[in-house]
Design a protein around this ligand. Structure first.
Ligand code: CTP
Length: 255
């Protein structure tokens, strides 16, 4: 028997789709209609037509944030650098390649967002010239000149208005001190710090070990958990922050 009433061979949705829609059904909607912008993945900076500079980001963390925000009722836009991942269901996914493209897309989309989660691993430098032809072998050494890319998150920090801004800090040492510095310098509300050298954290694994740092000085070290669970913890903070701000506004009106 098919759902439409006929008897015969039919098609059913992919198990992944069924499971995802069940997740949507059972997740409380504490971000209902909130507009959430997420960035994910690496950037690629072209060196010549066949080579680029990149980093080891798989995009899994940002995609998990996007997926979980949608489950909680948000309208989600995901700006993704090149990854091998399938775009999350129900999320508007925009593909970019390099940092300047990501900057343009983020600045454009941020104007209509309530929350921005900047999980992308943006390349800090790009080659000063992207060559039109392949660099050929046949020289003894090769020097590359790099120039700085825009700091997208710092720019958003100056333009954030009433938006909640979440950044990530990828560190290899002095995790909390470095992440605190970035929190201040980039003007974000919450920094998700991870030591990318720790086992079970960082690149291309399904788990992460993060510390959440906020502007009040609170430092919350989370245990090793799935990237989905980390995404949930980050979004809990976003909900908390939005609630606090609403409460303050309501209180101000009442006084
Ligand atoms: N970021 C960004 N634009 C850049 C570099 C980073 O928007 N050009 C964002 C990342 O998406 C992340 C945060 O800034 O949310 C911190 O990125 P990270 O790579 O940890 O730090 P950097 O600012 O690049 O500093 P450093 O490389 O010196 O650690």
């Amino acid at each position: 028997f098919l759902a439409c009433g006929y008897i015969g061979s039919g098609r059913r949705a992919d198990p992944d789709v069924i499971v995802e829609e069940m997740e949507v059904l059972i997740t409380p909607k504490d971000l209902q209609d909130v507009r959430v912008l997420v960035t994910a993945g690496p950037t690629w900076e072209a060196l010549d037509p066949v080579r680029h500079l990149a980093n080891r980001s798989s995009g899994k963390m940002g995609y998990a944030v996007a997926r979980n925000a949608r489950r909680r009722g948000a309208h989600v836009t995901l700006i993704s650098g090149p990854t091998a991942l399938v775009p999350p269901r129900g999320v508007e996914t925009l593909a970019v390649v390099n940092a300047r493209e990501m900057e343009q897309a983020v600045v454009r989309e941020a104007t209509s967002s309530d929350v921005v989660v900047m999980a992308a691993a943006v390349g800090d430098f790009r080659p000063s010239d992207s060559l039109r032809h392949k660099i050929k072998r046949g020289r003894s050494d090769l020097e590359l000149r790099l120039v700085p890319n825009p700091d997208i998150l710092a720019k958003l920090g100056t333009l954030k208005g009433t938006r909640v801004l979440v950044g990530f800090a990828a560190e290899t040492r002095d995790l909390v001190a470095n992440a605190r510095r970035k929190l201040q310098a980039k003007g974000v509300h919450v920094m998700v710090a991870n030591d990318v050298t720790a086992e079970g954290a960082g690149f291309d694994v399904d788990t992460n070990i993060v510390t959440l740092i906020d502007r009040s000085g609170r430092v919350e070290r989370l245990a090793k958990m799935s990237k989905d669970a980390v995404a949930t913890a980050i979004l809990d903070r976003v909900v908390e922050l939005r609630g606090t701000r609403r409460d303050t506004r309501t209180l101000a009106r009442q006084l």
